[in-house]
Design a protein around this ligand. Structure first.
Ligand code: ADP
Ligand code: MG
Length: 304
């Protein structure tokens, strides 16, 4: 398991990670969800032992990263945000390189390479990686991360910029890895992905954890209300005057308002909005989702 306590990292005056604590359990996929610049990569780099924390502690299966870094790192498989492959080598040659760094040799290494190439559906490819599509490179990057059967797998936005099929395949492999008992920590800025994949999600923004819970419980506690999105020709003050609403409301820009309401009172709210006398062009209702949780926590929408 991963245990992070009071972790902070500064870059000069910038506090990229600000006193965060969380656990990730074995056999589970824990999500670290946040927009670009939230501090996801900085957090993962510290958990990987690549970046020294300014303060705070990291324990991997009880082993302190600060005190016993070699033992802690030996537990890890890491799938970095930037694809880390040798373009001129084939997929097998790339995996031979990564496997040998992890202490795999001979028959064990070649058998395991065939196994993971099969898992990521690249067994038939013998050409250099430079010929691969973005999705194939991402799959090979994942194969390199799981080759040595790590007990803890860290993934930094492993599905950015790839097609739907490659994404589905990668998510399946990650699920299978967790089902085999590994602790998986997964960062993403895709809400739908966190919702679909993760057992537990910590929402990160400006280096801080705003919420950390099971996905269902997050939705129940924070996103319980449906979000009514209103578009029209109005500014914030006008809207507030015409429509005194005491529930949570956000105005991301002129002409847009998001109101959160309890599940039973959507119809009444819609009636009131449409009858408020402003020029309303469009109204839509979103059911509770991580999107509405995020909106409520940050006042912003998280977009791809
Ligand atoms: N090596 C660095 N030096 C200075 N600032 C950095 C460095 N790495 C990250 N940052 C800053 O820290 C913040 C968090 O970055 P990062 O962890 O990469 O976010 P994310 O992965 O969530 O997009 C950003 O403001 C980024 O510009
Ligand atoms: Mg990042």
């Amino acid at each position: 398991m991963i245990r992070v306590e009071h972790l902070t990292r500064r870059f000069g005056d910038l506090v990229a990670v600000d006193d965060i604590s969380f656990d990730a359990a074995p056999g589970r996929i824990t999500g670290l969800l946040g927009p670009n610049g939230a501090g996801k990569t900085t957090t993962l780099s510290m958990v990987s032992g690549l970046l020294r924390p300014t303060s705070g502690s990291i324990r991997l299966d009880g082993i302190s990263m600060a005190e016993r870094p070699r033992e802690a790192k030996a537990l890890l498989g890491v799938v970095p945000q930037e694809v880390a492959l040798y373009e001129e080598l084939s997929s097998r040659e790339n995996l031979e390189f990564w496997g040998s760094l992890r202490g795999l040799t001979g028959r064990e290494l070649s058998a395991r390479i065939e196994e993971v190439l099969h898992v990521v559906d690249l067994a038939g490819r013998r050409d250099p990686v430079s010929k691969f599509s973005g999705g194939m490179k991402r799959r090979l990057n994942l194969a390199a991360g799981i080759l040595h059967r790590p007990r803890i797998l860290l993934l930094d936005e492993p599905t950015v910029g790839i097609d739907v099929q490659a994404r589905a395949h990668i998510l399946d492999v990650i699920r299978a890895t967790a089902e085999e008992g590994a602790t998986v920590l997964y960062t993403t800025h895709y809400l739908e992905e966190a919702e679909e994949l993760c057992d537990r999600v910590a929402i990160l923004d400006h280096g801080r954890i705003l919420a950390d819970d099971r996905v269902d419980d997050l939705k129940r506690s924070l996103g319980e209300g449906s979000v009514v999105a209103v578009h029209g020709d109005f500014v914030e003050n006008e809207f507030r005057r015409a429509f005194p609403w005491d529930g949570p409301i956000h105005f991301p820009e002129d002409g847009r308002a998001f109101l959160t309401t309890g599940r039973g009172s959507v119809a009444r709210l819609l009636e009131q909005v449409l009858g408020c006398g402003l020029s309303i062009e469009d109204v839509s209702v979103r059911e509770p989702s991580l999107q509405s949780v995020f909106l409520q926590l940050t006042g912003r929408e998280l977009r791809d």
